[in-house]
Design a protein around this ligand. Structure first.
Ligand SMILES: NC(=O)c1ccc[n+]([C@@H]2O[C@H](COP(=O)([O-])OP(=O)(O)OC[C@H]3O[C@@H](n4cnc5c(N)ncnc54)[C@H](OP(=O)(O)O)[C@@H]3O)[C@@H](O)[C@H]2O)c1
Length: 341
């Protein structure tokens, strides 16, 4: 019998996830029952939200249960199908999880045209992270020409798109990223106006110098020290789409409460701030506009992207821990299988 592999959640981490929180298992390749299909995973997406799924703290989505397969978006090939509308050879975007083969009833699967763009972009710039950037920036941030937009994790999947869309809309884009290589890329390749290194001891002063007219839109990806540097620079009526707080994801279990809460609330009150959290699924109805605009901008070379690829499912846990440490440079992916067998 042909064999498959999967990675399950073995235990819940406290702090940074460790290899023992995951377990690699060999299983038979599943056989589809009535109304089911089997996908062979080609690309597996690693995303920061997975840290939240490893925790059983209350959140917007249910946690992965112990011994269950880790959740993930995937691009795969249908290899057997009893679902109308899907046949072997179809390439599909779905939520196959951290495994080489996944069963599906077809719900939520989207067929991808392999000729339209590289398959992996369906998990990055033309997928969930790109749509997060597009909707969070345009629907909540609403940048106007000449305004200053600041985004951290600026070389990453979401942040890189935020700054480039801001530029397309005529705003000034200031990125924040970890280290000189990422900052150089953000300015020279992605075309941001400035990029600040958040690891520098002068980060707050550097950010102030890079934003002489203050900040009109702060697209929040990281929280922590970066947010504290941003907050005093926010202008009247600034907008803050709260997309993620990656600097805090490994700390949530141990936190007893923030110390800068009153400072935040005072700024919200005195500056009439709009601070709005969101989950990309809030904007699901915007998918047609997103995919039309991003596909066009991508084809025109106005939106560039970068990927960090690790080979093989067994390397997913190490790559995921690295993502939370900033070791990825661009969208983090795992190549699980070839495009075609
Ligand atoms: N709300 C939603 O629906 C939604 C959807 C997708 C993503 N998100 C959020 O968007 C953010 C970016 O996600 P992504 O997929 O694009 O990941 P990414 O930027 O490709 O990768 C994560 C990056 O976060 C940065 N980082 C890690 N620890 C940090 C720290 N302590 N301080 C500052 N930066 C740190 C690192 O970049 P540096 O080396 O540059 O620091 C790392 O490369 C995350 O917070 C994620 O949870 C939210």
């Amino acid at each position: 019998m042909a064999s498959a592999q999967r990675i399950v959640l073995a235990s819940r981490p406290v702090g940074e996830p460790k290899p023992e929180n995951f377990r690699l298992e060999d299983t038979p390749v599943p056989t589809p029952g009535p109304g089911q299909l089997v996908m062979r995973t080609i690309w597996l997406s690693l995303d920061p939200y997975m840290r939240g799924r490893m925790s059983d703290a209350a959140s917007y989505a249910a946690p992965v249960q112990i011994n269950d397969v880790m959740e993930a978006g995937t691009v795969g090939e249908v290899i057997a199908s009893n679902v109308d509308g899907f046949k072997p050879g179809d390439v599909v975007l779905g939520r196959g999880g951290w495994q080489t083969h996944a069963l599906s009833n077809g719900q939520g699967l989207r067929k991808i045209d392999p000729k339209a763009a590289p398959l992996s972009t369906a998990l990055g710039v033309l997928g969930m992270p790109g749509m997060t950037a597009y909707t969070g920036l345009l629907d909540i941030g609403q940048p106007k020409p000449g305004e200053t937009v600041v985004v951290a994790a600026a070389s990453g999947a979401v942040g890189s798109a935020v700054g480039q869309i801001a530029k397309i809309k005529g705003a000034r884009a200031v990125g924040i990223a970890g280290g000189p290589d990422k900052c150089r890329y953000v300015k020279e390749v992605l075309g941001f106006d400035e990029c600040i290194d958040h690891r520098s001891p002068t980060m707050a002063a550097d950010l102030k110098a890079a934003c002489p007219k203050g900040i009109d839109v702060y697209f929040e990806n990281v929280g922590g020290a970066v947010f504290e540097a941003v907050l005093p620079l926010l202008n009247l009526f600034a907008r803050v789409p709260v997309c993620g707080l990656i600097s805090q994801y490994n700390a949530f279990e141990e936190q007893k409460g923030g110390t800068s809460m009153n400072f935040l609330l005072r700024n919200a009150l005195t500056k009439s701030l709009t601070i709005r959290g969101f989950i990309v699924s809030n904007f699901a109805s915007r998918y047609p506009e997103f995919i039309a605009d991003m596909t066009k901008w991508f084809a025109e070379g106005k939106i560039k992207h970068r990927e960090t690829i690790v080979e093989g499912l067994p390397n997913a846990p190490k790559a995921f821990v690295g993502l939370l440490r900033g070791e990825n440079f661009g969208k983090q992916l795992v190549r699980v299988g070839p495009d075609r067998v």
